[in-house]
Every structure is written in structure tokens, then in C-alpha cells.
Ligand binder design. Sequence first.
Ligand code: SF4
Ligand code: SF4
Length: 458
Amino acid sequence: MAILIECEDCHNFNDMKKSSYIIVVRHAGYVICYNAFTNTLLCVSNNVYQAFEELDAVNFKMKYEKHYSAFLQNGFYIDDERNELDEIRFNYKQEAFGHNRNFRLMVFPTQDCNLKCWYCYENHKPNTKMEHVVMENVIRYASNVIAKVEIESFVLSFFGGEPLLFFDEIAYPLSVRIKKMCDESGIRFTTFFVTNGTFVTKENIKLFQEINSVFQITLDGCREKHNMVRIQKRQNLPTYDKIIESLYLISENVETTVDDQMVTLRINYDNQTLKKIGELVNDIKGLDRRKFLIHFERVWQTQDSSEDENQKLLLLNAVRLFIQNGFIVNIGNFKNRNVSCLAENHNFAIINYDGLVYKCNGRTLSPDYAEGKLLDNGTIEWNRTALARRLGKSTFENPMCLKCKMLPVCMGPCSQKCMELNWQNLHQVCSLKSIGMSLDNYLTQRAEQVFVAKQLKE
Ligand code: SF4
Ligand code: SF4
């Protein structure tokens, strides 16, 4: 029911109501209130929460003025005229099909890799490498975008295979040339490397700074565990010490040019990994915490164990250990977003080493599934049938997601998973499965992070 109150922002009387995306977690002595629409958390006492729940906004404000302001500023109270679901739909359409000022392009310099992690979903193609003619077409494509579309930022991502296999020959020169065009047009330019981290060296570290690099680098737990999984193809050599060295090289030599953390340190874990995770924490204690985000990801072949209570507890304890050591931790994929995945953005392209174009890097790129082709004039010839199959439906327009309070930070299962399930039985790929713990514990550890971060600052 709508309530007549004075809105502090506009100093007018407006009808106000509560957000539809509030989730509450009760603890002894306090209550965590999460608003998924604004992606904000507030912790309040039981008494305050009870009043928030029971009183109308006028009386809540009279009783708890400071708390009322916090609830209002963080979108727990909203203007009655607003329809949050309409806004979600509008933002989705704008980002998926409209003019996007933050342009992103992904390039695969190769589908080859120097490691042989057993769980990798990619079918590596040995000795593949982007040829000069395709590189020039990528430059022409970027040049067309910069000339024709009004953009504020350009993020050039590199994926593979291992994209740093050809850093000197492909990734670096491509980045330098596109950065130059962006600089001349006043566009913020960043590179993003999803890399195994084995090719970051004392010799090339400064070059990453030059092209404003951010990274995702993966470890598989402590030295012993990691070295059983992430091994070199040649001679089965271990990689743990080299990757740790790379993390320190980045930490000490590359200054961040982005608002968020510069390195996502992804920790892939199976049922054993987290038991000895303390050893890894010890090895990375000297890293600059401002630059690193720890992200936990279950090895997808062990996904069935994510419902096991012991596994949930192991993950929660591991997350808490990193938090207590001053790291920012992320699990799952919930964040402020307008689309489920970049793949839903109609102009997002992944250009493979051979010039074929794809939308999804979560599956092996293979010519049968290409969704377009990069032409010599620097344009992409998209396969409209394939695009319609992927983008014709919205990922969240289904009964399960429309009634879900996490919708604004999720936007439904990605288009790839929806297509693979023929847009049916989507509960099988609900994003809540990826957090590896209950939603209550997920929100609690997020609240703990805010609390610890505040304590560390004081
Ligand atoms: S699998 Fe889904 S989330 Fe992953 S890249 Fe593909 S579309 Fe995006
Ligand atoms: S995929 Fe799951 S978490 Fe995401 S909006 Fe749908 S129901 Fe909610």
C-alpha cells in the first residue's frame, strides 16, 4: 500500500513504497537488509527492522530518522510511481540493443595453451595463431567503431587458449595501435587478459602498464594441490611458484588504472582444494590488497557436490579466512548489471584467431557454432538466424526469474545456457547454484566484508 510522506530528496510530498527487491537475513541481535535493486546492504538492530517492517514510512521516520535516511538513500523506500521491473526491462533493452557507451571487444590470439588442466572445457588447437591479415582486420574493426560510434571507453579483452603465448606478436601490438586511436579520440582504453599467468615476466611487466592492463589469473589452491592440476604440457612441469611470482610482479610494478581491483585472482576449487587453502593465503600475504579481488569458482565437473553441507562450510570458512586477511572476496556472479552476460549485448563480438566471430567464450569456439565473420573492410557479417536464436528472447522473462528477488543482480541464466536447454527447465542453471552456499550465508559473508573492511581502515 502506498504511504504519504515527505521525500527528503525533492522536499515534496510523494507517495512512497518499499522496493520489491529486499531480502532479509535475521541473526541474533541484528538483521541484514539487502536491496538487490541497488545492490546495497544495511545491518540494523532487531528493533529497527521490526519497526521498518511494521510501521508506515512516516512513523518509521519519526522514530528512527537516521535509519530512515539510510533506507531511503539505498532504495529500500522508492517513489510509488516507479516500477522497478519496468526499469529492469528498459535497462536491459537499452544495454542489449541500444547504444552502449562502454564498448567491449574480445580477441583470441590463439586456441593453443601451454598448460593441460584436466577440467578445461576448451579443445586446444595446437599451433594456432592469429595471422597478420586478421590482425589488420581487427584494427580496421576497432577503427570503424571509434569513428562511427560515440563511446566513452573501449575494453579490449584477450582470451584463449593462453593469450600471452603471443603477447609480443599479437596482443601487445594490437593493444598499442587501438590504444593510440582511442587516445586520439579521448576514449578511455583498457586491456583485460584472462591468462594462466605463466608468461608475465620482469621483461614484459612494464608493457602491461603501458596498455592499461587488468587481469584474471587462476590458482587451484595451495602449491601441492595446484601443481597436480595446472601443469605444463611440456615435461609436466609445475606452475605454482611461477604464477605466484607473476602476481607479485603485477602487485609491485603495475599501477591500477581502473576503479575496481586490477587482478581477479580466481581460485578454482574441487572437493579437496579448500582443505589446505590457508597455505595459499600465507603465500599471497604480501600482495597489495587494493589491487586484488579473490574469486572462488567451483570446478564445473564437481558441481554436484556444491549442495553437500561440508563443502558449503569449507567454502564459507575459506571466504572468511581471506576476508580476515584483508582481501575482498567474490563468489558467484551477482553484481549490478543490465544483462546476464556480455553475450546478450548485440554488438559484443569475440574474434577468433581465424577471423570467425562468436558471442560466448564459455564454450569452445568451433566453426560450426560461429555467429559471424570479420570481413576485410573491418565490419562483421553476423549470422542473423544465430543472433535471433540467442537474442530473440530475454534471459529473465520466465516465471522463475520474474519472481526472484535477486533478479536485478542476475538477469537470469545466460543466453547460452538458455539455448542449450531450449529455454525450458531453467532451474537447472539458476545462478544461485554458483554461490556454493545458502543465500543467507552468501549475504552474511558480504556483510562481514563490509564490516572487516571498515575495521581495517580504522
Ligand atoms: S556460457 Fe554463458 S555466461 Fe559464459 S560466456 Fe557463454 S553466454 Fe556468457
Ligand atoms: S537465474 Fe536464478 S538467481 Fe537468477 S534471476 Fe533467475 S531465479 Fe533468480
